[in-house]
Design a protein around this ligand. Structure first.
Ligand SMILES: Nc1ncnc2c1ncn2[C@@H]1O[C@H](COP(=O)(O)OP(=O)(O)OP(=O)(O)O)[C@@H](O)[C@H]1O
Ligand SMILES: [Mg+2]
Length: 395
């Protein structure tokens, strides 16, 4: 991950360049240097120089080159990228820029994909073999519709906020419709549609303004609610939204639903974890197997795919034995069937609220603990019986 700064002569250009940097998913902080006067183009004494500086070349590039030379002097390893309208890019200007320490040129308006390529290369040269992106995305995908994907991921989000006190956002990417706001009785002003429709200004600040906050502290990017809402939304666009979310929040959760196609592989494969939610019945397990092969075929890391069995019953164990053998991995979580708790929560438009000694909530808490790396207390012994769900130390 890289620290970055944007330098330009006006706030509109700075804002756009900052959005481009955050959409690459490769920077964790962006400082704004807006110099409204030509004489201001320099770094204040003692100001830290980030890994990357993206300069918007304005008419009269002289001060920008002075800044580039100063940056290179102060931190010889800084990566300096300049962007300029195509018509200004004459050989003389390029030569002057290179001499002052600019390493890369991008025609304005900057294309985040080109910028991402430059930054990835830079990162690989600097730290070969290191993961290039922030890895905060935890994605829940249903083996089929109706297996409880939304219920699981939203309650996981609520528990993550409660246990970690960190900033947790849930992106509702389910197709054709996103139900999360409905399940939490929220009336969102904005949705995913506003995010993909405003990519030019889509930095962390703008993104946060599109979210709806639930009283538990969980932030939601509401899903699509129009039948044609998914038309014209490309996988690349969604990836840029995810990147901004990852550069702004501590945990990024996603309700992915159960519908996808191969062009989504980049989002899927960048997830820190894919929770494949299934029920222990024939159609769901049949589909689970197909999803697993599809994900592996798309290049997703098998270590990052985990099977979560929802609506679990003791009687399912025999069936699940063969699932574990097939997938060569243990079932990651067993979430008990609790129709009463779930339907009460849905009818009230709340997360699960019976938090004490409830096996379903206990299991969701344990799952949240595992994902956050927090040890969860062992289930309480009740009526002389030790709970079925034994405590395992989290990673
Ligand atoms: N652990 C559980 N115990 C009992 N019922 C459950 C459980 N989890 C979910 N359900 C029930 O399953 C139904 C579907 O849940 P949910 O909407 O979360 O599924 P989904 O996979 O997101 O569905 P869709 O494909 O429509 O988005 C709900 O009506 C809920 O009552
Ligand atoms: Mg759903």
């Amino acid at each position: 991950m890289l620290s970055a700064a944007v330098a330009s002569s006006d706030t509109a250009t700075s804002g756009f360049l900052r959005a481009c940097l955050q959409q690459t998913g490769l920077v964790n902080s962006v400082v704004d240097w807006t110099f409204s006067d030509r004489s201001e183009w320099s770094v204040r004494t003692g100001e830290p120089i980030p890994d990357v500086v993206l300069i918007g070349l304005s008419a009269g590039s002289e001060p920008c080159f002075t800044l580039a030379a100063q940056l290179r002097r102060l931190r010889p390893t800084v990566q300096i990228i300049a962007s300029s309208p195509q018509k200004q890019l004459d050989p003389q200007l390029l030569l002057q820029a290179m001499r002052s320490g600019v390493q890369e040129f991008l025609p304005a308006p900057v294309n985040p994909t080109d910028l991402q390529k430059i930054l990835s290369r830079f990162l690989q040269e600097r730290e070969p073999g290191s993961p290039a992106r922030v890895e905060k995305l935890i994605l829940a995908m249903g083996s089929k519709g109706g297996v409880g994907t939304s219920t699981v991921i939203l309650n996981l989000g609520v528990q993550l906020v409660r246990m970690t006190k960190k900033r947790v956002v849930l992106l509702d990417f389910a197709r054709p419709f996103g139900h999360i706001s409905l399940l939490l009785d929220l009336q969102p002003k904005f949705s995913l549609r506003d995010a993909v429709g405003n990519l030019d200004r889509m930095d962390g600040h703008f993104f946060s303004g599109l979210l709806t906050k639930h009283k538990t502290g969980l932030q939601i990017l509401a899903g699509i609610s129009q039948p044609d809402g998914w038309q014209r939304i490309s996988a690349a666009t969604l990836e840029r939204v995810v990147n901004v979310a990852q550069s702004t929040y501590d945990f990024v959760l996603m309700d992915y639903g159960s519908v996808y196609s191969p062009e989504w592989s980049s989002t899927l494969c960048q997830a820190r974890m894919i929770l494949l939610v299934a029920e222990a019945n024939v159609p769901s397990l049949w589909a689970l197997e197909r999803h697993m092969s599809m994900l592996l075929g798309l290049g997703c890391n098998p270590e990052r795919i985990r099977v979560v069995i929802n609506r679990w019953n003791r009687e399912d164990e025999e069936t699940l034995e063969s699932v574990q053998k097939n997938f060569k991995q243990p079932i990651f979580a067993r979430l008990p069937n609790d129709f009463r708790q779930v339907s009460e929560a849905i009818n009230r438009g709340t997360p699960f609220f019976k938090n004490h000694h409830n096996p379903l909530v206990t299991q969701i808490q344990k799952l949240a603990g595992q994902l956050a790396g927090i040890a969860v207390p062992a289930p309480v012994q009740r009526n002389g019986l030790i709970s079925l769900f034994s405590f395992r130390k989290t990673q």
